[in-house]
Ligand binder design. Sequence first.
Ligand SMILES: [Zn+2]
Length: 354
Amino acid sequence: MRPEQILAPKILAPMPSGLCSKAGGFHIDPTRPVDKALITHGHSDHARAGHGHVLATQETLDIMRLRYGENFAGSVQAVGYGETIDLNGVRVSFHPAGHVLGSAQIRIEHKGVRIVASGDYKDVADPTCLPFELVPCDVFITEATFGLPVFRHHDAAGEIRKLLHSVAVFPERAHLVGAYSLGKAQRVIAMLRAAGYDKTIYLHGAMEKITAYYQERGIDLGAVELVRGAKKAELAGTITICPPTAMSDLWSRRFPDPVLAFASGWMRVRARARQRGVTLPLVISDHADWDGLTKTITATGCSEVWVTHGEEEALVHWAHMQGLKAKPLAIVGYGDEEESEDPAPAEAGSEADA
Ligand SMILES: [Zn+2]
């Protein structure tokens, strides 16, 4: 038996409150209030209010403050990417996860065993955050939201071209793009700019604070404006980014004959698009797809994989086939925000920001 297979559970273990390091005296992305929390990124299923002390990147701390208010934690500490800190002899460092602005994988090292808790991640380009950094480790902790071979996200830029083509073909109609308010919305805007679209892009009010924050941090999103107050006729031929839930609301009636688009990894599944009344599904995901998950696991050189949530059994089975040790953690409470949530109409009220 390798040393990490004996030591790893002592260094970090799944508990009802999430991943807990007894030796280091901290939790990672805890699902309940704890004394000391290390937070991978600002999505509400990972970043919760009410912890005693929070360590995270500056961006994640800022995003938590925007969402939960000044007093979201007793005290906070910003940790730079690559900076190593010592918590009771456990060495901890944060590394880019490529998921949303400020997102980090957390590397933990103790007694020669290296564990990486990846939070959510993707291994493809995103103009709104630093690229995923491969961090070699003995134990890799991954999610499996899209952990089935059917999920292949392909080329996001091609999906943006599809959207722009539709805008060109239907100049008399408005285009509503459903996108989760932290990360996806800003990524779609930045990708539209990269594709040469230079007109004003309109925003639902739920996108305002986070989008302004991205701009403050130097992410170039061009001219964006709140749609509030715009006249119906003015919105012909325009693009508006909104929470997925708003597309089915009365709210969408202010637009002339809207084309409903939705940017999500779930759009690979046609039935999901139909359920939502989406006529222009855009397969754009901030999560690794099947190839991304399996390639990343292999590339870390790990001998053991822990799968937090999603299609755990399929990924665990794949890992076993590769000769890796693997186990599902079934952490309850992950997957409640952005596209890890099943975007069925029945759950339409559950988006954290809508
Ligand atoms: Zn996330």
